[in-house]
Design a protein around this ligand. Structure first.
Ligand code: PLP
Length: 389
């Protein structure tokens, strides 16, 4: 596609198209592990990088390339590197950019497995991480060391929907010469474009809204060609690359991303407003509510509040489990970003492997419930929750 200044919904449909000799209209699924060469000489030129082209699907695959180009167009990134999952995107980013002796500053309000990745896997290889408040920029500044090589945050955070000031934290990162990586899973480029706000890297779990229908796992790392080169190098050597089949599913998912994100957000706002009125709900966390501590920042940084709502019920774990077990419609599962609404108890599932002290510090109480609001009628979701509330 030409470099015209297309709107996101147009890019979502048309960016990153590759047509084969058959002139198919829909993106083809190139289900092949390797590619053939015209001659021994061509094979040699491909392998030493003198001639562009596919060699082997651990390196590149045309369906995966289409996905990478489409997502890069939406995020406004020079390059996208697709991965087997969101976690392998974060791993590839860190393994590509960090070495033993380096220091990372990360928000304490990040996905549970990401905390474990920093605290166990990367620690084992000599990378140390300081966790700071998602919302207090002074803590980020105070944590800077001479060997700080990466800033990492997720906004809105999981599950409390805390909103980090991307531009302000990017300024701190820039001053010390380290890139800022933003996990943009909750917003997708439809609602928030971190690179425009000063971030250097965007991370995705494509498993969530990009697929949008809960079918396959995948992830992506996006940024400048220079930053992505070692990230791609790590993937090519070690192999947690995206499968062609999954890339094909994501390409189709992206085509409806804008419609879905707007619908998820509208449903979530309506549900959050209703939850705020329920007597057994102590607190509702949703960036689109005026009661949210970073509501003004969210309005500035995101197009809408997104699809994730968390709320604290009175009565702790027993009350939260009662609400969850009383549902008949919502799916009890830890996944999110699906067209079907899902309900989760973070303290005993997604965040169970984190110490109780760290959980308390992150504000994840035993009465907290997270709902990834789907596309069902809001009244049906409300009735499903009202039973347990
Ligand atoms: C799910 C998730 C991940 C991990 O993605 P996987 O595809 O499950 O590996 C990372 N960050 C956030 C915010 C997530 O929700």
């Amino acid at each position: 596609m030409s470099e015209e200044n297309y709107q996101p919904e147009t890019l979502a449909l048309r960016a990153g198209g590759v047509q084969s000799q058959f002139h198919e209209h829909s993106e083809a699924l190139f289900l092949t592990s390797s590619f053939t060469f015209d001659s021994a000489e061509q094979a040699s030129r491909r392998f030493i990088g003198e001639e562009p082209g596919n060699i082997y699907s651990r390196f590149t695959n045309p369906t995966v390339t289409m996905f990478e180009q489409r997502l890069a167009a939406l995020e406004g990134a020079e390059q996208c590197v697709a991965t087997a999952s969101g976690m392998s995107a974060i791993l590839a980013c860190c393994m590509g950019l960090l070495k033993a002796g380096d220091h990372v500053i990360a928000s304490q309000s990040i996905f549970g497995s990401t905390v474990n990745l920093f605290n166990t896997v990367l620690k084992k290889f000599g990378v140390e991480t300081t966790f700071v408040s998602a919302t207090d920029v002074r803590e980020w500044q105070a944590a800077v060391r001479p060997n700080t090589k990466l800033f990492f945050l997720e906004t809105p955070s999981n599950p409390l929907t805390e909103v980090s000031d991307i531009a302000a934290i990017a300024a701190v990162a820039k001053a010390c010469g380290a890139p800022l990586a933003v996990d943009n899973c909750f917003c997708t480029p439809i609602l928030q474009r971190p690179l425009e706000l000063g971030a250097d890297i965007v991370i995705h779990s494509a498993t969530k809204y990009i697929d949008g229908q809960g079918r396959v796992l995948g992830g992506a790392v996006l940024g400048s060609r220079k930053l992505m080169e070692p990230v791609y190098g790590f993937l090519r050597t070690t192999g947690p690359t995206m499968s062609a089949f999954n890339a094909w599913v994501f390409l189709k998912g992206i085509e409806t991303l804008k419609l879905r994100m707007e619908a998820h957000s509208a449903n979530a706002l309506q549900l959050a407003q209703w939850l705020e009125q329920q007597p057994n709900v102590a607190r509702v966390f949703y960036p689109g509510l005026p009661s949210h501590p970073q509501h003004a920042l969210a309005l500035k940084q995101q197009k809408t509040g997104g699809g994730i709502v968390a709320f604290e019920v009175k009565g702790g774990k027993a009350a939260a489990w009662r609400v969850i077990d009383s549902t008949r419609l919502l799916s009890i599962t830890a996944n999110l970003g699906d067209t079907k609404s899902t309900i989760t108890h973070p303290a005993t599932t997604t965040h169970a492997r984190i110490s109780p002290e760290a959980r308390a510090a992150a504000g994840i109480g035993d009465g907290l419930i997270r709902i990834a609001v789907g596309l069902e009628a809001v009244v049906d979701i409300q009735n499903d929750l009202a039973r347990g509330l």
